[in-house]
Design a protein around this ligand. Sequence first.
Ligand SMILES: Nc1ncnc2c1ncn2[C@@H]1O[C@H](COP(=O)(O)OP(=O)(O)OP(=O)(O)O)[C@@H](O)[C@H]1O
Ligand code: NI
Length: 273
Amino acid sequence: MVKNSLISIQDLRITSKSAEKVLVSNVNLEIEKGEIVGLIGESGSGKSLTARAVMRLVSPDMKVSGKILYKGTDLLTTTPREHRHILGRKIGMIFQDYRGSFTPFIKIGNQMIETIRTHDKMSGNEAKNIALTVLEEMGLESRRVYNSYSFQLSGGQVQRAAIAMSLALKPDLIICDEMTTALDVMNSERVLHYIDYIRQNTGCSILMITHDLTLAYKRTDRIYVMSQGEIVEEGLPEQIRCHHKHPYTKKLCSCLLSLPEAESLQQKRVYLV
Ligand SMILES: Nc1ncnc2c1ncn2[C@@H]1O[C@H](COP(=O)(O)OP(=O)(O)OP(=O)(O)O)[C@@H](O)[C@H]1O
Ligand code: NI
């Protein structure tokens, strides 16, 4: 049993009212302070919906039940005010679909300043310095990106700017949903390194949702496997890789059998589905 959990999802169930369909059920997931937890599973298994429930971003057509405890506070029953305070500031999410991260008609820099100042009281200049620093850390030409509209940048640049914006707030928990999909190998590595650096420096926790098993094995402390809306297995990366119990995990992991060992894992990325 995990102690000192930062977030504890208990018996989460998400149903679609109109389709009368259960999309997620019996999901129990804990993340300890400072832990990087992987959430893997095939497309449509409910990973993003689970993450969206934490952020209270599921569509109004969905009914969510169970508990999502953040330091003991149930995020499913907090007032909108408490919720706004916790989300964004304490829990940041980097979305699978990064295109919605910035409004097209406001420059990236101005949006970053506004977001940073909504959560932390500081002068515009201080916020600007933070924004430029995090953009630089993401390997971007910070001034150019700062002064651009999102449509003037490539998909990968927008994604890195979105990641920079989430990290600028130094959240306790960062939920990364297929964060590196839009990035090439070098930039993925850079972003993952930086996230690791942030974790070491701030002690934040990370929930990493990914199709990329190599990434999950290499970068996480513990892994949950999801199938058809339920968590079917949980364990250390090595256990999930070599000593899995559930037939579904076996199917997932068989894709990795042909992989070369440790060091070269970085070069060869394996995608599922
Ligand atoms: N707004 C919605 N309305 C109805 N059903 C939805 C909605 N969003 C997701 N679903 C359904 O819920 C299930 C889980 O979707 P989810 O996005 O969580 O999958 P996922 O595991 O993140 O998949 P992927 O790896 O492809 O991102 C899918 O069957 C999906 O079609
Ligand atoms: Ni998803």
